[in-house]
Design a protein. Structure first.
Length: 169
């Protein structure tokens, strides 16, 4: 068996490891989505969930809500609009800004996903996390907040100044 270098390098390759884990979760979620008759990529569902939960919003707000770069959200929205799941309107005050909302079909699609497959995916992921996912999710939230508050470059600079000693930031 080949050595898993990414796993063994620990914090050095944590981003790669989390990306790998995310890709695995998405591909395995896709199997469940396909099996339930949802012919849409798993990566599209966070945008649909955000629109369902938060209501109509601009592309920029939607990008912020799901934590994805605006160009990626724009491409994804074009696909969702061609599928008839969302619609967009230019704002009268600023024609550069589009407001995105779930269409009637999109509302029905999300309602079906919420009742048929989302609970199944959530339960399966929680099971993979060896029980309630709260500790893992809390740790991920803490990591996201820590990196938002003090990026890696600032941390590296501080560590150079303190001789590599860890300090809470």
């Amino acid at each position: 068996m080949v050595q898993d270098v990414v796993k063994e390098l620990g914090y050095l390759t944590l981003g790669t490891r989390l990306k790998r884990l995310g890709e695995r979760l998405q591909s395995q979620s896709q199997v469940l989505l396909d099996g339930a008759g949802f012919g849409l990529p798993a990566s599209h569902f966070p945008v649909l969930a955000a629109l369902d939960r938060l209501g109509p919003m601009s592309v920029g707000e939607l990008a912020e809500a799901v934590g994805v770069a605006q160009p990626g959200v724009t491409r994804l929205l074009d696909k969702l609009e061609s599928e008839g799941l969302v619609h967009s309107r230019q704002q009268a005050a600023d024609r550069r800004v589009r407001t995105i909302a779930l269409s009637r079909s999109g509302l029905q699609f999300v309602a079906r996903a919420k009742s048929v497959v989302w609970p199944l995916i959530e339960s399966a992921v929680a099971d993979a996390c060896a029980g309630p996912a709260a500790p893992l999710l809390a740790e991920l939230a803490a990591l996201e907040e820590a990196l938002a508050a003090v990026p890696l470059d600032a941390r590296a600079k501080r560590l150079r100044l303190t001789g590599g000693k860890h300090a809470s930031a």
